[in-house]
Design a protein around this ligand. Structure first.
Ligand code: GAR
Length: 218
């Protein structure tokens, strides 16, 4: 993880989506509260009632809304409920921290360049489900995690940051996943800061009407 931390000029308002344990959600909250991320997690949305992330939100005092995919008849409808939940609290960025559902173009276009995913592999290798199992089955000796912007290409959006871990002899899914998790917890807050810096740079470039400097004429 060689990327330097970008400067943050204002506090980020964050929304988080989680389906499972929620350790990345908690790491993000800790990075906001104890540094180094200048931000605040305003809203967690979970899709599985009683999941670990929901319990963590209660303990951490973060508002948590259940948007159960079983109560929605399509991805678009589920994503509509997510958009409503995040719009209500006016978040700048939304982080998929272990969200185990494919999102629709509706959610992606509601948060252009503002939707971040963390995936437990060195993308573009091992996209999709069970990335850790896929890495073990392939016999790679290096694995890791990737934080990226979400687009309609599954696990294929622009990469924000990556971290590597070794695959050790005798590793199983649990041991390798635990090693990757430790890196994810450091990587995800950095990726959020990098995504915010990209947005800031893009806004500044759009506001500056001067053409880029070219070679001298004549
Ligand atoms: C993380 O390892 C994350 O990379 C993975 O789910 C885990 C969630 O852990 N996400 C995916 O596989 C998405 N394709 P957590 O609930 O403890 O944060």
């Amino acid at each position: 993880m060689a990327q330097p931390w970008p400067q943050q000029t204002s506090e980020l308002r964050l929304g988080v989506m989680a389906s499972g344990e929620g350790s990345n959600f908690e790491a993000l909250v800790a990075a906001c509260r104890e540094g180094p991320l200048r931000g605040r997690v305003l809203q967690l949305v979970v899709n599985n009632p009683g999941c670990g992330a929901q319990g963590r939100a209660e303990r951490l005092g973060i508002p948590c809304e259940l948007v159960d995919h079983r109560q929605h008849c399509s991805r678009e409808q589920l994503d509509g409920a997510l958009i409503e939940a995040f719009a209500a609290c006016g978040v700048d960025l939304v982080v998929m921290a272990g969200w185990m559902r494919i999102v629709s173009p509706r959610l992606i276009s509601a948060f252009p360049s503002r939707l971040i995913n963390i995936h437990p592999s060195l993308l573009p290798s091992f996209r999709g489900l069970d990335a850790v199992g896929q890495a073990l089955a392939a016999g790679v000796t290096l694995s890791g995690c990737t934080a990226h912007l979400v687009n309609t290409d599954l696990d294929g959006g622009p990469i924000l940051a990556q971290a590597t871990v070794p695959v050790l002899p005798g590793d199983d899914r649990n041991s390798l996943a635990a090693r990757i998790h430790r890196q994810e917890h450091r990587l995800l807050p950095l990726a959020v800061a990098l995504a915010a810096a990209r947005l800031r740079d893009r806004t500044a470039a759009a506001a500056d009407p001067s053409p880029p400097a070219g070679p001298p004429s004549g």
